[in-house]
Design a binder for this molecule. Sequence first.
Ligand SMILES: Cc1ncc(COP(=O)(O)O)c(C=O)c1O
Length: 450
Amino acid sequence: MNPQKLQETFLSDKAKTLLHHPQGMGNYFTFKSAVDILGLSWDELLPNGIYNVTGKGYYDMGYMANLIGPPESAVEAMKKHCTIDELKVYPPDCLPELKKLVAEQKFGRTLGDDFTVLGVEGAQGGIGYTYMAFLDPGDEVITTDPAYFHFVPGAQINGAIIKPIKLGPHNGYKLNPAEVEAAITPKTKMIVVCDPINPFGVVATKEELLAIADIARKNNVLIFNNVTHNTHRTSETAEQIPMARLHTPETPMDHVISVSGISKGYGMPALRVGFMAGHPALIRGAFLLKMETTKIHINYPGQYAAYAAMNDHAYVERSTEIIRRNYKHIEETVNATDGVTIPVKPEYGFCMIIDVEGTGVSAQEIACGLLNHNIAAITGDGLGDVGATTYIRLNYSHPDIECFETFRKALPLAIAEAKTGKYRQAVIDFFAKTETERGKKIIEILKKQA
Ligand SMILES: Cc1ncc(COP(=O)(O)O)c(C=O)c1O
C-alpha cells in the first residue's frame, strides 16, 4: 500500500488530526528545516537524532532546554541512585519527600486532603494527562495565540475546540481577564494559563490571576496553570505566582490543575521528570489514565536528581545571573539592528520573541540565514497565527557568551541574505509539502514579498 493509503486506512482520527496540523511536529518551520535548505549535515549538527544543535561552532537558541545544564548536586544524586536495587524495581510516581518539596516550592501549597502531586513524564506529560483527564469532544479550551506548540494540538486530539485569545500590545502579551470572560461560553471547559508565558516570558499579576480564577470558578471551568518557566526571575521587579498558592477559604483553587517540570529550571530535559498537582479527586482521574497509558512509575535517578536540584539554591542564583547577562546582550543586538524589535521584555525564564516585521522579509528566511551563520532558532508559525511570519523565538540560556556574540554577527548577515530572496522558494516548498492551512497563508505572504 502506498504511505498515504496506509495512513488513511489505519491511523486513528486523533493521529490524523496531526498529519497536516500547522503545529504537528515537522509541519512548522525550525532550524531543522533550514538544515535541509542549506544542505548541511544532520549527523554533524544533530548527531543521533538529538533535538538541540550541538555541532561544532553552532549555537542553539531553538528548543527550550536550559542549556546551562544541571547542577553538579543533581548529577551526583543521580549517580548515587543509579544502583541495581533501584533499577530492578518499579518506583512510585513520586517519592514522598519530592512530592512535599514540589508542592511547597513549585506550587506554594502543602500536601493534604485537598492538594496532591503526581509525578509525570516532564511538564509535557502533565499537559497530556491534563487534556486527557478533563477534555471531551466539543469542549472549548481558551488559550493564547501565540502559545507553546502543544497547547493547541494536544487539546484538539481530545476533540476539544480551541478558542484563541490573540496576544499583542493591547493586552501586554498575556491573558487579560476581561478578554477571558468575553470568550467564555456554556461549552467552555478549560482555560490554559501558561505563566510565565511561552513564548514571551511575561507573567500575570496576582490581581489578574485572582480575576481569571474567579471567572473560571463562577462558570465551572477548569484552569490549567503551567508554571514550568518560573524558576529564573530575570526581571528585578516581577513576581510570578503559582495559582495554587492563592488558595484560601475565600478563593478556593480546587478547580486549578498545576504543572511544572525540571527541563527549564534545572537543565535536565533528558530525564523526563515533571509534576502535575491539584485536588486529589481530580488528580485521581489523571493517575488512572496515566496507569493505563504509560504506567505510573517515574525513574528513581531522575526523581533524586530533581530533589537535589530543587534544593540547590546557589545553582538557581548562578544560572539566573547568566540568563540576565544573555538577555542584555540580545537587547543591545536588537537595538542595533534595523527592522527588528523585542515586542515585550521577558520577566522570567529564558524564552523570548524578536519581531522581524520591519525587515520586510519573513522570519523563516531569516532563520535560514541565521543557521547559515551558526545560530539555530525557531520561527513563529509553530506557535500560532499571530506572528507566524514575523516572530522568531529565542532560547537565551546558553552559558557561553560566544553564543550571543555569534548571534550579534549573524542577525544582520541573515537579514541581508534573506533580502536577496535566496531562501524564499525553499521556504515556500517547505510549506507546500506540509499541506497545512497556515502554510498556505504563509506561501501567499512570501509570494507577495517577492
Ligand atoms: C510551557 C511549556 N510546557 C511544557 C514544556 C515541556 O517541558 P518538559 O521538558 O518538562 O516536558 C515546555 C518546553 O518548552 C514549555 O515551554
